[in-house]
Each structure stands twice: as C-alpha cells, then as structure tokens.
Design a protein around this ligand. Structure first.
Ligand code: ZN
Length: 336
C-alpha cells in the first residue's frame, strides 16, 4: 500500500494529517526543526518544535521565536499523529524526526553522521517504512579517516607553524565543526583563539554541552601569543583584509570536501584536513540498511547516483528536491 504520511510540497516536507512541516523552507504555522543550521532552521514560522539542545541555538540565530522543546525519544501527538526526536550525531541537538500513524512509520534524517565524535550525542538508528535521507557524500570515494588521525595531523601542523613563529589559521564551520574542534584540540604549543562569531556560538552551544573556555580573538591580543596561536575561524573570514592582521600565517580548512584535492586548491588553503559532520558513503549505506525501510528518499547531495546505487542493491530508492545544502562553506550570518 502506498505510504502517504509525509509528502514533499513547495513549502517543505509536510504531514497533512497533523498539518505540520519538517524543516520547512517557506514560512508555515507549525515547524518541526531537525537542527539549527540555517538551511534547516529558517526564520518566519509561527511555532517551532525542536530538541531541547537546539532551542537556545535556534534562538541565538533567529532571535525571539517561539519554540517548544522536546527530549530525545519523547513521543508527542499532533492531531493523532505521533512524533519524536532521535539523535542524528551531526551537531549538538541535531535530530532525526520520527513520524508514526496507524502502523506507518517515517523517519526524516535531517543531516547526520553515524561516527561518534565524542562530543555530539551519537546517532541512533530507527526502524521505519520510509527513510528520508541526506546523501551529501553519497559516492564511494568518500570514506573518512578516523578523527584521532585528523586531530593528530592538525596538532602537528600547528606545532610546526608555532616553531617557526607562524600563526595557524584553521577554517571550520561556526556551528558544529568549530565546537568539535574546540572540544578536541589541545593547547600544547600555544593558545587556541576563537573568531568572535565562533566564540559566540561556543558560548551558546557550551550552555547545553560544556566546552573548554577558549579565548576570544580581538585586536588587543598580545602579538607574542599570536606567533604560537591557532585561530579558529569561519570559512567566510577567509577574506584578505581580515587575514592580513595575523601575518605571518598559514591557512587550513577542516571539511569533508578536503578529501578532494581540487576543492582545497580552488579555495586557496595551504592545507586541508578531512573532517566532516556528515556521513561518508559507507556510513550512509549502513544507516539505510539499519532502518530496514521499504522505501528510501534521497534529498540532498549525490541524490541521483546514491539512489541508483541503492536500487542496484535491491533497496527501493527515489529522490526529492529540497533546498537543503551540502556541507556548507559559508552562510550569510557568518560574515565577519
Ligand atoms: Zn546541518
């Protein structure tokens, strides 16, 4: 029997029986939000419902919006349809959204990774009939190294620069990547300094899940400290006038895209570290299998290629258009 609990509309993923949307991209009356990234959590809805860890982050980014907070696994009903949030392992508060009605179960993944990064609440697989999945890195060449290896590479790069009196500038997305780096990097050779946008995000995210207290980067910083420092900055702070202040420096980016040589060169970084908050191809495939879904809908990333791959393995898969982004490089609110 055709599953009809959710449908894709011009405003977003819609549940007609409950009259609510999941991560809608146009203003609606009631929105369930998977996580606080700008392409999933948009301004203009009348009522928001999210996981309790996402609530302060969404408020920080969108201002005084009305949000009802839920705990992991807490079931709540809207017009007889049951909803619940389950950890997605992507950033703090990121959730898969489960929708159940009369024996039919759908799960919307939002963005996710199954790798336990030691900071974000780890992904929990959910069985369902229909699984709506992202597939940002849905081709076999994306296979992530362990994060321990990557963090060692970053520490080594930082140490080599510090020994020469060169400031290390590491670019990582301000919500998610920056907290993962702030949590794991160790101040062995110098201070870890946070760009003001990242400092503000760390304060709000740190209020729900604690983070080490790193210093904010400002004009009064002691130049001697700078020589051995690692500055953590959002990708769009890469503009020359901002960077010039920290001369001499070396730049690097932490992103899944750094797995491809071309991306690193195009964006002009000296070094790239392969670190993503999205699942690689193999994580995606294990996650899809764990749902035991009869139908998989691929929403963003390598949708065509990945859905063809699933069909070739006997898993019925289709695609749907959404404005959700791949691992973002910049967003409006990150302008320095
Ligand atoms: Zn995201």
């Amino acid at each position: 029997m055709k599953k009809t609990l959710l449908e894709f509309t011009d405003s977003g993923i819609y549940c007609p029986k409950a009259d609510v949307y999941l991560d809608p991209w146009r203003p609606v009356s009631k929105a369930l939000i998977s996580h606080a990234h700008a392409d999933h959590s948009r301004w203009g809805h009348q009522h928001y419902i999210s996981h309790e860890f996402s609530t302060p982050i969404i408020k920080h980014r969108l201002g005084g919006v009305e949000i009802a907070s839920k705990k992991w696994g807490e079931r709540f009903s809207i017009q007889g349809v049951h909803f619940s949030f389950h950890p997605a392992g992507h950033i703090v508060g990121s959730s898969q959204i489960k929708v159940e009605h009369k024996g039919e179960t759908w799960v919307f993944s939002g963005d996710y990774k199954t790798y336990d990064d030691g900071y974000t609440t780890p992904f929990e697989p959910q069985k369902c009939d229909v699984f709506i999945t992202e597939c940002t890195f849905g081709i076999p060449s994306f296979k992530w190294p362990s994060q321990e290896l990557i963090f060692d590479q970053i520490q080594q790069w930082w140490k080599e620069n510090a020994e020469k009196g060169i400031t290390s500038v590491l670019f990582g997305y301000s919500l998610g990547k920056a907290q993962r780096l702030s949590f794991h990097l160790r101040e062995e050779v110098g201070p870890l300094l946070l760009h003001p946008v990242i400092h503000a995000h760390n304060e709000v995210v740190g209020s729900v899940k604690s983070l080490p207290p790193h210093q904010k980067l400002d004009k009064n910083i002691d130049p001697k400290k700078l020589k051995t420092a690692l500055i953590l900055a959002p990708p769009n702070a890469q503009d020359a006038s901002w960077l010039k202040k920290w001369m001499p420096y070396k730049t690097a980016a932490a992103s899944g895209w750094m797995a491809t040589r071309g991306a690193r060169r195009r964006r002009g970084y000296d070094t790239g570290f392969v670190l993503s908050d999205h699942a690689d191809f193999y994580e995606l495939t294990n996650a899809v299998k764990a749902t035991e879904a009869q139908h998989v809908i691929c929403t963003h990333g390598y949708t065509e290629i990945y859905s063809r791959f699933l069909n070739s393995k006997g898993i019925y898969a289709t695609t749907a258009d959404t404005p959700f982004e791949d691992e973002p490089v910049t967003t409006e609110e990150e302008k320095p």
